[in-house]
Design a protein around this ligand. Structure first.
Ligand SMILES: O=P(O)(O)OC[C@H]1O[C@](O)(CO)[C@@H](O)[C@@H]1O
Length: 617
């Protein structure tokens, strides 16, 4: 690695310079040097059927309580606080706002005790294993505040997983006498952080491990985590690009733009961009997987859309797909699985096609040569295909064109010749200057991380709830990483056997949610009416800067399921306990009628604080 990490950045004048001066807004509880730590109920896991497996895998860190942070009372005794030593590592992929986590952590650390030290691991996890550090100071941070990229420290493999890697990380923590290690990343990095936390406790290492949810994919979402840092920015930047091509398409009326967006296991980015820019078509991986659509069924669906538009005299359009679409098509998934096994068996790439099963070989041969080459690329660290390198949008455009030619020959399509232009909007947005929302959110999470370490929490994730409200209503908390875990299983239903290691899994688009329903209601209008929307570039200051402060998915994120549970629960609870009962009695009543997950949902629900108040006092 030859980058000069931590060196001052040459900020171009104007916007970049002004952004470095932006001061994130802080929720009230984080405004002082300390916080009051409130412990909630013990946790299990989001999937109670896996609780035993998770408990067995994490004997020391499973079942820890939920924690919330509130402002300390004005008369709180402010004892001397010993300096704290913390390390921070960029583990997951680049995502706008990552630098602000480090900035928030640094500011909280220095406010806590000015002699505290923050080490940044240079070159990501590899820097952690090799104890390659720089000290993070005000000077080092100055030109990275509110800037995109992860170039302050860089990153390498998103893994702290093998025994060798865990031991190397532990040695570094011991050598540097770290009180805390902050791991920045998405689902994979936070699963690894949980494993590292457990290993450190088991080996009597004093370092507390804290995870911070940073991922452009927005798929680390559960009852504790509303969204990840970077998702807001990436969706806004991509939505602008998508709306630009929509306007380009309608202007000349001659091209279909096929746009692939990042999102490996879940289609959140594509979904949000569709909500923001209203393209003609959106194919969600979750829908395809649910309906088990074959590749040709997907192609026919697109061709039917092209044909319906042609009947209205429209020969242009914009189609969005997530990069994970290819894996959601059953036969493509099966083919990728076979290739995966060949990789795991170290079969040379050139020999792979000949070792595929007959049906997989037939499918492979049917695909255009560029896709064949891309499918054979080496896997990612989580053993999945390198989806960012597979030009699925080109595959679709190629097959749609062939199908439209066929329909023309058969006399089924009488419109103009189909023409396409393909784009992958991925890395462009990933390196973007973060939005105000991501700057504030990341900075707050950085500050929370310090308070978690100071409170001695390990195996936890920093969280903020109520994100759709103004910052002064944000609720700062920490949730055990094991509470977010589940285990993959073979079969669905009661006989299903959990397999594999417990991990935090990406959460897919909720196909029963309000945001999805909204989009489906508009699908036919989007397809035919060219109902394009132009959100424009991110506005940082002045009129319009807060017009849409947070992504529409989050805004429409309904707690409907939870509210239904809550309402139902309340009506039953009323018949069981007296108004003004204690929290314990209330909890026992709730527990007697709900599953462990639902009790957790209700007790950690944003409305929970009101539960005893307006119904029982
Ligand atoms: O930087 P790389 O290794 O190409 O990673 C690309 C992957 O990272 C992500 O941007 C984030 O997980 C994915 O959407 C994408 O597939």
């Amino acid at each position: 690695m030859n980058a000069d990490f931590g060196a001052p950045k040459d900020l171009a004048g104007g916007l970049q310079q002004r952004r470095s001066l932006y001061q994130p807004t802080l929720p009230p509880c984080l405004q002082g040097a300390t916080v009051k730590v409130e412990y909630g109920d013990a946790t299990t896991t989001i999937d109670p059927t896996c609780a035993n497996v998770v408990a067995e895998a994490f004997p020391c860190t499973y079942g820890q309580p939920l924690v919330s942070f509130v402002a300390p009372p004005p008369d709180a005794v402010d004892n001397d606080r010993a300096p704290i030593r913390v390390g921070v590592v960029f583990s997951g992929r680049q995502s706008p706002g990552g630098h602000n986590v480090i900035w928030g952590l640094h500011d909280a650390l220095k406010a806590y005790n000015p002699h505290s030290v923050l080490y940044g691991f240079v070159g990501g996890t590899e820097g952690l294993f090799a104890k390659k550090t720089i000290e993070i100071t005000d000077d080092v941070l100055a030109s990275y505040k509110n800037q995109g990229g992860f170039d302050l420290l860089g990153r390498s493999i998103d893994q702290i997983r093998s025994n060798k890697q865990v031991n190397a990380a532990m040695t570094t923590c011991n050598n540097l006498k770290l009180d805390g290690l902050v791991v920045i990343g998405g689902v994979t990095s936070n699963s690894d952080a949980a494993q590292l936390a457990e290993a450190l406790v088991q080996n009597n290492c004093k370092t507390k491990v804290v995870g911070v949810p940073v991922s452009l994919n927005g798929d680390l979402k559960n009852q504790f985590v509303e969204t990840t840092v970077g998702f807001d920015t990436v969706c806004k930047v991509n939505s602008q690009l998508v709306s630009n091509v929509c306007l380009d398409a309608i202007s000349a009326g001659k091209y279909y733009y096929f746009v692939r967006l990042m999102g490996r296991k879940a289609s959140h980015v594509a979904f949000e961009c569709a909500l923001q820019s209203h393209p003609n078509m959106l194919i969600l991986a979750e829908e395809v997987a649910l309906s088990k659509l074959t590749l040709m069924e997907v192609i026919n669906k697109i061709c039917d859309g092209v044909q319906a538009r042609a009947e209205l005299g429209k020969f242009h359009g914009v189609l969005l797909i997530p990069e994970g679409l290819i894996e959601s098509i059953p036969e493509m998934y099966a083919l990728l699985q076979e290739i995966n096994i060949l990789h795991n068996n170290n079969v040379p790439v050139a020999e792979m096609p000949s070792q595929l099963s007959p049906w997989a070989a037939a499918l492979f041969q049917f695909l255009p040569p560029f896709i064949r080459r891309e499918l054979l690329l080496h896997q990612e660290s989580d053993n999945s295909a390198q989806l960012s390198q597979i030009d699925t949008e080109q595959l679709l455009a190629h097959l749609v064109e062939a199908e439209m030619i066929k329909r023309t020959k058969e006399g089924r399509y009488k419109g103009r010749k189909f023409s396409s232009v393909c784009h992958f909007f991925g890395y462009q947005a990933r390196g973007s200057v973060p939005s105000n929302f991501d700057c504030d959110y990341a900075y707050a999470l950085g500050r929370i991380s310090l308070h978690m370490i100071a409170a001695g929490l390990t195996g936890y994730m920093a969280t903020v709830a109520n994100l759709k409200d103004p910052v002064d209503k944000w609720r700062c908390a920490a949730a055990p990483l094991t509470a977010m875990m589940s285990v993959k299983r073979h079969l669905r239903g009661p006989g299903a056997i959990p397999i594999g290691k417990p991990a935090i899994h990406p959460s897919p688009i909720d196909l029963k949610g309000k945001a999805y329903e909204l989009l489906r209601e508009k699908a036919s209008s989007f397809l035919l009416d060219d109902f394009y929307r132009t959100p424009g570039g991110i506005q940082y200051e002045g009129p319009g800067c807060n017009a849409k402060p947070i992504t529409l998915t989050i805004e429409n994120q309904d707690y409907m399921g939870d509210i239904e549970i809550l309402k139902d629960c309340l009506s039953k609870v009323r018949t069981m306990v007296k108004p003004g009962c204690s929290r314990e009695v209330l909890k026992a009543a709730i527990s007697s009628m709900l599953s462990v997950t639902d009790v957790l949902t209700v007790m950690s629900h944003p409305l929970n604080a009101e539960l005893p108040l307006y119904h029982f006092n």
